[in-house]
Design a protein around this ligand. Structure first.
Ligand code: NAD
Ligand code: MG
Length: 397
């Protein structure tokens, strides 16, 4: 790693964005921050601009950009170019002096800029699993066609990538790897009596036992839809069949996933639950550098447990398998319905257990069709959102 690389961080103000800036700031000779983006949190973005002095800052929310522009103009970083609107995300993700793009927007909103980065042949550091799940083969094809490098940031997929054979590239099929053991913490409700689940609150659902994350992924971890999305993500990134992916509940979150080889060798990647580890791995790849994470204290870990997931407790896992088996637009529908249902749960509109009900009804309401173009995917995403919103209203009837 000699030349300083330019990085664009999509979703800079979120949990992954903040961790990325923390790691990047430890290696100023290796990374220069070119662009930072936020949706609405202009206070956090302003502080990040003062500290990291990017060339560009994007505020997606057009209502907030004017005040932000004035604040930047009056500051010591008045030369930063300010853009706004969703299109600006694609613009900064494809700038000529951007080498790497951290895709850390949450949800489907991250698809177009992440795809634009892939089409432009950038090194794409993918945290935004929803973008990949909803667009599937189209995203992977864009990576192959442009020669982009796609590096997983999701801790499990980063772990799997680290356990794959040397020189392995995402998207390739590795005949030596016969199975992936995808670990999951089981979330905050792993042992809650099933009868208590309908009454769990958003505050309880976002209180993850091991990881500190954004609200949406925290709810997804509680329902285990996160693991369902990650199973689909793993099939795409590692070119495997759903049957080759075994989900393993491992409540200590020390092993971040494993690869089972044809000779019976199982390789695992371990570390503290700190997203700076996979972020630093991807940023330094193929070398290594410091992440700021604490070294793993194996004596404090003391023991590791493993159990099979209970599909009755976690119906979202079953729905994710149904979606990937149905194929076509169904993973897009699954993802969109989940986004709507989780938002409604966080807003106090529906119960925790209704999340899976909405997704299942939405998947039943929309017939499967091939997902062969981006337009078909975007249309299926919109259709599933509209259907899910209607379903929210009729839940108790
Ligand atoms: P977060 O909610 O903390 O941050 C989301 C970021 O996206 C913010 O910067 C926000 O401004 C931006 N954003 C939200 N809506 C937007 C929109 N409509 N347009 C443009 N920008 C928008 O989320 P997070 O926890 O950092 O997660 C980000 C992504 O990374 C998710 O896809 C998540 O699944 C994935 N991920 C997160 C973690 C984690 O530890 N947090 C781990 C693995 C994967
Ligand atoms: Mg994960």
């Amino acid at each position: 790693m000699s030349k300083t690389k330019g990085i664009c961080i999509l979703g800079a103000t979120g949990s992954i964005g903040v961790s990325t800036l923390d790691v990047v700031a430890r290696h100023p000779a290796l990374y220069k921050v070119v662009a930072l983006t936020a949706n609405t949190n202009t206070d956090a973005l302003f502080e990040q601009c003062l500290e990291h002095h990017p060339e560009y800052a994007v505020v997606v929310d057009e209502k907030r950009v004017q005040a932000f522009r004035e604040k930047i103009k009056a500051s010591i970083v008045s030369d930063i170019k300010i853009l706004s609107g969703a299109k600006a995300l694609e613009q900064v993700a494809t700038l000529p002096n951007v080498d790497s793009v951290m895709a850390a927007i949450v949800g489907a909103a991250g698809l177009l800029p992440s795809l634009a980065a892939a089409q432009a042949g950038k090194t794409v550091l993918l945290a935004n699993k929803e973008a990949l799940v909803m667009s599937g083969d189209i995203f992977m094809q864009a990576v192959t066609e442009s020669g982009a490098q796609l590096l997983p940031i999701d801790s499990e997929h980063n772990a799997i990538f680290q356990c794959m054979p040397a020189a392995y590239k995402t998207g390739q099929h590795s005949p030596q790897a016969r199975r992936i053991l995808l670990t999951a913490s089981g979330g905050p409700f792993r042992t809650t009596p099933l009868a208590d689940l309908p009454a769990v609150t958003p505050a309880q659902a976002v209180a993850h036992p091991n990881w500190d994350m954004g609200k949406k992924i925290s709810v997804d971890s509680a329902t285990m839809m996160n693991k369902g999305l990650e199973m689909i993500e793993a099939c795409l990134l590692f070119n495997m069949q759903p049957e080759q992916i075994q989900i393993v509940i491992h409540p200590q979150s020390v092993i971040h996933s494993m690869v089972d080889y044809v000779d019976g060798t199982v390789l695992a990647q371990m570390g503290n639950p700190d997203m700076r580890i996979p972020i630093a791995h991807a940023l330094a790849s193929p070398e290594r550098f410091e992440s700021g994470a604490e070294p793993l204290d194996i004596f404090k870990v003391a023991r590791m447990d493993f159990e099979a997931p209970d599909f009755n407790r976690f119906p979202c896992l079953r729905l994710a398998y149904e979606a990937i088996h149905a194929g076509g637009i169904m993973p897009t529908v699954l993802n969109a319905a989940n986004e709507i249902a989780v938002e409604a749960f966080l807003d106090g509109q529906i119960r925790y257990t209704d999340i899976a009900v909405v997704i299942e009804r939405c998947m039943k309401a929309i017939p499967v069709r091939p997902a062969d173009t981006l337009d078909v995917i975007l249309e299926a995403d919109q259709q599933a959102r509209a259907v899910s919103k209607q379903l929210l209203a009729g839940l108790d009837s």
